[in-house]
Design a protein. Sequence first.
Length: 282
Amino acid sequence: MTISVSMAASCSRFAVLHSLFRRNRLQGFHYLKRWASSSKAGQSLKQWQLMSAVCVERPPVITQHKTKMEEKFGELLNKMEFENSLLSSHELRHRNDMLREARRKEDDFEETEAEAVTQTALDLEDMWEIEAKQFTPADRVTDADKSGDKKSTDRKLAEKLVLLVKQKVGDKPLWVFPQGRWSEGESMRETAERVLGVHCGEELSAQFVGNAPCGVHTYVFRSSPETDTGVKLFFFKAAYKTGGVSVDQGTAEDFLWVTKRELKDYLHPSYYSSVKSFILEI
């Protein structure tokens, strides 16, 4: 397997960029400018823009259904643990109850007051059985799943959800991660934090993960009839905490919470190709 020189150079530059952001965000930004201006595509364009985007993820809330192989392996582990285990406290208590009941049949047996009021292991089992019958587990399928509501974080509890917003890219409304232009004096992460608040409202609370971008996407659009504009879009990860999304028609038109499998139904193919590698289903 061979790797082209340009691809190797891009990988090397991204590794340097990651290191610089960790050490000095200002130095990292200057490297970004040099990278944009020195790229082969950048030499044919009159202008470049630096932008930040936020990949907000809501992690799974419940466990996924086990596969047949996982169920068989779990049964095997339970069998091995049962065969190799010692008696539990409850089993020891049950054995002592049986020994005490056997001694009651002896003529010289004298039961103490404490033994007379002792709750037996069988009494506990009867109480636990009543409690178990009264317990109703929550449904794995929520109301949002039944109604197909993709604006709710209560859907697809066993899968990771990712936030998408519909924004104008150039003059076309497209489904993307919340994104916006870099402003003078900001780090790229500060731009991402500002963009999230502008497009999704202040009620949405998310925890950003690290200062370095997790991915990059490059595209070109026509900003005027005579000029093409290149964009270097850097993605930052954030974990959803609380709150809802409120979009403003002036910044974003709509929003959705979708799974990784559903992303390709909304994102542009080249955009999806750039983001699918850092959205992991673990």
